[in-house]
Structure formats: C-alpha cells, structure tokens
Design a protein around this ligand. Structure first.
Ligand code: URA
Length: 204
C-alpha cells in the first residue's frame, strides 16, 4: 500500500503495476497471505526468471526467493557467474498458499485456477519488461507460461521459441532439489541445475 503523502508511481511502470498488485483480490489466496510478493528487478532486464509462488519467508519479507529455495537459486547463479541484480525475478502466483499445521504454515501447490488468475500479473510483467529470455523454474511456472502441455523433462535445458520472439528455457524448481533425500542423487541434480543456469547465462 502507498504511504500517506507518497506519490503514485507513473503509469506503465513496474512500480505502478506492483502497487496495483498489492491490492489484488482476484483469487482467494490474498486473504490468508501477509502480502502480495511481486516480482523484482530492472524493467530492462534481458532475463526473467519465474518460480512457483512465494514461500513462508518470502510472504513475510515481501520479496521473492529469500528463503531456502532462494539460497539454492543464489548458489546456482554464483556458479554460473550471473548477477542476481540484473535479473527480473518473479513467481507464477503472487501470494503464499499454505495450510496451517499447528503453528507451521505448510506450502501448498497452487491449482490451475489460481495460476490462471495470477497469469494476469505475469503477462503484464512480461509486457513491461520485454525479456529476451524467460526461464521457467518448475512445472507451475511452465504451465503459467505456455498453453501447450509440455512435460518439463521433455523440454528441459533447450531454449524454445515463445510468442513475441522470446525464448523460453525450462529447468527444475530449486525446492525440488531440497526434497531429494539421497545425497548422491541430490548432488547430481544440483550439478545439473547449475549447468542449466550456465546455459541461461550463455543465452542471455
Ligand atoms: N519458491 C518460489 O517459487 N518462489 C519464491 O519466491 C520462493 C520459493
């Protein structure tokens, strides 16, 4: 929300879109969440990274990828030599969806309807930023970005053409890596995620 006396951001900017999204009630997820977690990054970013939805820490901080998945993501960026500040980082869904278990808020995957409602914001972010490359991290981001039903594993790691002359690059979601119980397998998958990010750096 805008503080009293604070001027409205000029129309057609990310700041104006962000302010508009803060008051979003397009789907019921806004009610239990702390706040809208909008995308962040420069409006002229060449690369837009799309995750699933904010987690517990992002919901509290009001910023994307600042929790455990964000740490995995940051490590991959460091390995690939990519500066996070140059990217536009956002999520398919802008509110944290969770189930209360005692005091813990357990992440729930957003459903198709929620992804569809929130596509309103994602499409407007893409229109404003006009990224050359859009990176979908995980199946939810992929379904938000394409109408065709692709299996993530079939198109991972290869750029594909999108509407508007953009490229879409698909990789796994960093949370997936955190959930792999076997250490050896996890290390392999982390390595592959780092290689994917290296490819993002080359394509950018
Ligand atoms: N997972 C996401 O998909 N996005 C975030 O912002 C944090 C965790």
């Amino acid at each position: 929300a805008r503080a009293p006396g604070q001027a409205a951001a000029p129309a057609g900017t990310l700041a104006a879109l962000n302010a508009e999204a803060m008051a979003c009630t397009r789907c019921p997820l806004h009610a239990p969440a702390t706040q809208t977690v909008f995308g962040e990054g420069p409006q002229d970013a060449a690369v837009m990274i799309v995750g699933e939805q904010p987690g517990d820490m992002e919901d509290l901080a009001g910023r994307p990828f600042v929790g455990p998945a964000g740490k995995v993501f940051d490590a991959a960026l460091a390995a690939a030599g990519i500066d996070r500040a140059g990217l536009y980082l956002t999520n398919a869904v802008k509110h944290f969806k969770y189930e209360l278990r005692g005091k813990r808020r357990i992440h729930q995957r957003p459903n198709t309807g929620e992804v569809q409602h929130c596509r309103f914001w994602l499409s407007r972010e893409i229109e404003l930023v006009q990224p050359k490359l859009v990176v979908a991290m995980g199946a939810t981001a992929l379904s938000a970005l394409t109408e065709t039903r692709h299996k993530l594993a079939d198109i991972r790691g290869e750029p594909i053409a999108m509407k508007g002359g953009r490229m879409l690059f698909v990789t796994v979601h960093p949370s997936y890596l955190l959930r792999i119980p076997d250490e050896g397998k996890r290390a392999e998958e982390v390595e592959r995620f780092h290689r994917d990010m290296g490819e993002v750096g080359r394509l950018a």
